[in-house]
Ligand binder design. Structure first.
Ligand code: FCB
Length: 463
C-alpha cells in the first residue's frame, strides 16, 4: 500500500484540496415553470397524492433561481473553494431533445461566472435526478434512446460551460435513480419493477461512459467523473444467512457500479440473483462504461445493515441517530474509502456529499446545531484517517449549503448548514456553517505556515 508521508499528521490536506458545499437544482432552485423551463419527472411525481411526506413540491423551494447573487455571496462567505451544484436538464433543454432554452443556459452562465468571480471552483453535476418529463413519456431511462439524449445534453453543457468549470459529474447516485425510482418506486418516476430498475442502471452507466468519451473528443478541459452513493454493508448478526445477504447487498450497492466502472464487468452473484431480470447489454457496452475517469465522487451518510430475518432496528446499535433515522458512523467512511482504494484502481476520490439532518431551531437569530458540527468534524477526521492510510482524496463537500427539498421527505428534514425560513426565504447560517468557515480559515493558515517552513525540495506527499 503506498504510504502517505504527512507534513503535519493532524492536517494531511493538500493545498489544492476542494473544500465545498453541495446542492442540487430541483432541491433549491424553484422557478419550476418560469423562463421556459420544461417539466421534470420530479415536478410530475410531486403531484401524485401521498408520495411526498408533507405534500410539498419544488415549485419555490429555496427560490435560489431568484436569489442567485446573494446565495453565491453566502458560499463565498464560508470560505469554501468549491461549490457542487446541478444543472436542471429541463431548464436548459425543456423537452430533453430539440430546442435549447437560452434563459436557462444564461442562468448557469451567471452561476458559473459568479462562482469564478468569487474564487470558488464550480463542480457541475449533469443529472441529479430531474429527467425531462417528455423523455419519461418515451420510456425514460429504461429506453436506450435516452442514453443518446443524455450524451447530447452533456455535449451542449460542456460546449457552454466546460472551459469554466473544474469538474463535470455525469450522474448523481445511479443506484438511487434505478432502485428507489424504478424498483421500490418511492422516488420519481415511481415505477416498481426490478427488471426495469436493472435496465435503468445499465443505461445510466452506459450514458456516463459515452458522455465521457464525447466530452473528451470535443476537448473538454474539465475533470470528468461520476458520483456514487456507497457504504459498507454490514450483517446484522454473525449468522450465515445475514452474512450471505450482506455480501449480496454489497454486490447490488457497491460492486455493481464499481466493478462495471473500474473492471468493465458486472458481478456474477448479482447477475445470478437478477436471473431473468438482468439487463440487456449490447456488445461493447461494458468497455464503454469502464472509460477511465478523472475522479470518483462518493456520497456517504451512514453504513447499511442488513438482516435475513427480522428487520434490523437502527436503535439497537446504541449509536447516535439523525433525523433521517440514520446512524452516525464516521469510522465506516474510512472503512469504505480504504476498501475502494484496496479493491479498485480508483482516481482521486471526492466526498461529494456528507452531512446530517437534525431538528433545528432559530433562537435569537442563531441555530445551535452542535450535533451537525460534530457530525461534519468527525467525518472530516475520517477522511483524514483514510488519507493517512494511503487513499488519494481530492475534496470534501458538505451536504448541504441550504436546508432544501429533501425529495420524498419534503421540507421537514433539514440538511443545511444554513437555515432557510421558507415563509420569508431568510437564510441564517447555523453554528455548523460558522464552524466550517473557521475550520477552513485554520486550514488556510496551517497551509501557509507549512509552505513557509517547508524545507527545500521536500514533497507534500511521498509515494
Ligand atoms: C442524497 C442525495 C441528495 C440529498 C441527500 C440527503 O442521496 O444525492 O440530493 O437528498 O441524499
Amino acid at each position: 500500500m503506498p504510504k502517505l508521508t504527512p507534513v503535519d499528521p493532524a492536517t494531511p490536506f493538500p493545498p489544492d484540496f476542494a473544500w465545498g458545499v453541495a446542492t442540487a437544482a430541483f432541491q433549491i432552485e424553484g422557478a419550476a415553470i418560469e423562463d421556459g423551463k420544461g417539466e421534470s419527472i420530479w415536478d410530475q411525481f410531486c403531484r401524485r397524492p401521498g408520495v411526498i411526506a408533507d405534500a410539498s413540491d419544488g415549485d419555490i423551494a429555496c427560490d435560489h433561481y431568484h436569489r442567485l447573487e446573494a446565495d453565491l455571496d453566502l458560499i463565498a462567505s464560508l470560505g469554501a473553494n468549491a461549490y457542487r451544484f446541478s444543472v436542471s436538464w429541463p431548464r436548459v433543454r425543456p423537452g430533453g431533445s430539440g430546442a435549447w432554452n437560452a434563459k436557462g443556459l444564461d442562468f448557469y452562465d451567471r452561476l458559473v461566472d459568479g462562482l469564478l468571480a468569487r474564487g470558488v471552483a464550480p463542480y457541475l453535476t449533469l443529472n441529479h435526478w430531474d429527467l425531462p418529463a417528455e423523455l419519461q413519456a418515451q420510456g425514460g431511462w429504461a429506453q436506450r434512446d435516452t442514453v443518446h439524449r443524455f450524451v447530447e445534453y452533456a455535449q451542449g453543457m460542456a460546449n457552454r460551460l466546460g472551459d469554466r468549470v473544474a469538474a463535470i459529474t455525469t450522474h448523481n447516485e445511479p443506484w438511487v435513480m434505478a432502485v428507489l425510482g424504478h424498483e421500490t418506486g418511492v422516488f420519481a418516476p415511481g415505477i416498481k419493477n426490478r427488471a426495469i430498475a436493472a435496465q435503468v442502471s445499465h443505461h445510466l452507466l452506459l450514458s456516463h461512459g459515452l458522455a465521457l468519451q464525447a466530452l473528451r473528443a470535443q476537448g473538454c478541459p474539465a475533470k470528468l467523473g461520476i458520483v456514487l452513493n456507497l457504504a459498507p454493508v454490514h450483517p446484522a448478526s454473525a449468522s450465515v444467512a445475514d452474512q450471505a445477504l450482506a455480501r449480496l447487498e454489497d454486490g447490488k450497492l457497491v460492486r455493481w457500479y464499481m466493478d462495471a466502472l473500474f473492471k468493465g464487468e458486472y458481478p456474477q452473484d448479482v447477475l445470478a440473483d437478477l436471473g431473468d431480470d438482468a439487463p440487456r447489454i449490447a456488445p461493447g457496452d461494458l468497455q464503454t462504461i469502464a472509460t477511465p475517469m478523472d475522479f470518483l465522487g462518493v456520497n456517504y451518510y451512514t453504513r447499511v445493515v442488513v438482516s435475513a430475518g427480522q428487520p434490523w432496528d437502527v436503535r439497537s446499535s446504541g449509536r447516535e441517530i439523525t433525523d433521517m433515522d440514520w446512524e452516525v458512523y464516521p469510522e465506516c467512511l474510512t472503512e469504505l474509502l480504504l476498501r475502494l482504494h484496496r479493491d479498485y484502481a480508483v482516481p482521486p476520490i471526492y466526498v461529494t456529499e456528507n452531512g446530517g439532518a437534525f431538528k433545528d431551531q432559530v433562537v435569537d437569530g442563531r441555530v445551535h446545531d452542535a450535533r451537525r458540527t460534530d457530525y461534519i468534524a468527525r467525518h472530516i477526521a475520517a477522511v483524514a484517517d483514510a488519507m493517512r492510510q494511503g487513499v488519494r482524496m481530492g475534496g470534501y463537500m458538505v451536504w448541504s449549503l441550504l436546508d432544501n427539498f429533501e425529495w420524498a421527505s419534503g421540507y421537514d428534514k433539514r440538511f443545511g448548514i444554513v437555515h432557510v425560513d421558507y415563509a420569508t426565504q431568510v437564510r441564517t447560517p447555523k453554528d455548523s456553517a460558522l464552524w466550517y468557515r473557521d475550520f477552513l480559515r485554520q486550514q488556510k493558515t496551517a497551509q501557509a505556515a507549512r509552505e513557509t517552513h517547508r524545507p527545500q525540495g521536500a514533497e507534500m506527499t511521498g509515494a
